[in-house]
Design a protein around this ligand. Structure first.
Ligand code: IPM
Ligand code: MG
Length: 362
């Protein structure tokens, strides 16, 4: 690599600082990076009165990739409860996604072998699960124009354009093609609520049309309620799931539990060009912040996605993933994963981070 990649680090709130600094240590073993740290979410509200400043957006735009922890916490929720116009930490996250045009959110769900018994689902249900949720991230009800409150009524508008649906559908079909190989043939499942919502009917029509461009890819549709049920009853049958913003938010948390803990799921948010943003799927976990017990693995795995999808460093990404696998095989478990089974050792953030580093250093 001729230039040193610049990574913007947005630790955010709650456990964000702990898990991102652990991940930074791990990534620094694998490349020569320049790091630039900025505030987002509640931390930015405290300092600047808003969850995202123009300066931070600009810094992200000029970076090679962005690594984010998590945003939000009870302190700012309480402020909003007493004054609905108070700034919300989540505006920072939604704002940076929108500003960077990160319309494609990729959330891979593949349980580690060592965690098959940590899931609330039985091992024989989740064995073989290897799916990817492709969530549309900059449209839909999250970004409706007329979100507003009346005295005793509230509105949220859900809108999708053909162009927004087409581009996310293409991301899904391309991802399925890339994932195929060996005994896996490409498959895309589109999830909507076309029996009720007009946006979903447009979604279904449009994705079906794009599917015709990929005749070798198996393609089907599920209504979101049915998809939620199928995800726990036969998760191994899914390959790529493509869905709109709100359904993707819900289904990805549900899928996360297949891996044993919400603390294991990484994500990449990508646009057409420019830097991607990489963050764990879980939130800021304010209840355990500062106790040194947060699970940093989802953030480290997001760091692996940053290396692979953001910087083209595929072999270094695999190194991180294998190190995480090694640590889990060795039985180390943060409290969210600890079941008390034989061979498990309950550890904190620091210990699990050291163990990942040792795995990488061999
Ligand atoms: C996620 C989170 C966010 C979302 C929140 C924090 C705004 O739940 O990334 O899944 O709803 O997109
Ligand atoms: Mg979510």
């Amino acid at each position: 690599m001729t230039e040193q990649p610049l990574i913007v680090l947005l630790p955010g709130d709650g456990i964000g600082p702990e898990i991102t600094s652990a991940t930074r240590e791990v990534l620094d073993l694998l490349g020569d990076f320049i790091w630039e740290e900025h505030l987002i979410g509640g931390a930015s509200i405290d300092e600047h009165g808003q969850a995202l400043t123009d300066e931070v957006v600009q810094a992200c735009r000029e970076s090679s990739a962005v690594l984010l922890g998590a945003v939000g916490g009870p302190k700012w929720d309480a402020a909003v409860a007493s004054d609905p116009s108070a700034p919300r930490p989540e505006q920072g996250l939604l704002g940076i996604r929108k500003e960077l045009g990160l319309f494609a959110n990729l959330r891979p769900v593949k349980p580690f072998a060592a965690l098959l018994d940590a899931s609330p689902l039985k091992r024989d249900r989740i064995e073989g699960t290897d799916l990817l949720v492709v969530r549309e991230l900059t449209g839909g009800i999250y970004f409706g124009e007329s979100g507003r409150r009346g005295d005793d009524v509230a509105f949220d508008e859900c809108a999708y354009s053909v162009q927004e649906i087409e581009r996310i559908a293409r991301v899904a079909f391309e991802a399925a093609a890339r994932r195929a190989g060996g005994d896996r043939s490409p498959k895309v499942t589109s999830v909507d609520k076309a029996n009720v919502l007009e946006t979903s009917r447009l979604w279904r029509e449009t994705v079906t049309r794009i599917a015709e461009e990929y005749p070798d890819t198996e393609f089907d549709h599920f209504l979101v309620d049915n998809a939620a049920m199928q995800l726990v009853s036969r998760p191994a049958d899914f390959d790529v799931i493509v869905t709109e913003n709100l359904f993707g938010d819900i289904l990805s948390d549900e899928s996360a539990m297949l891996t044993g803990s919400l603390g294991m799921l990484p994500s990449a948010s990508l646009g057409t060009d420019g830097p991607g943003l990489f963050e764990p799927v879980h939130g800021s976990a304010p209840d355990i912040a500062g106790q040194g017990i947060a699970n940093p693995l989802a953030t480290m795995l997001s760091g692996a996605m940053l290396l692979r999808d953001g910087l083209g460093m595929a072999s270094e990404a695999t190194t991180v993933e294998e190190a995480v696998d090694g640590v889990l095989r060795a039985g180390l478990r943060t409290p969210d994963l600890y079941t008390g089974a034989e061979g498990e050792t309950e550890v904190g953030t620091e210990e699990v981070t050291r163990a990942v580093i040792e795995q990488i250093q061999g």
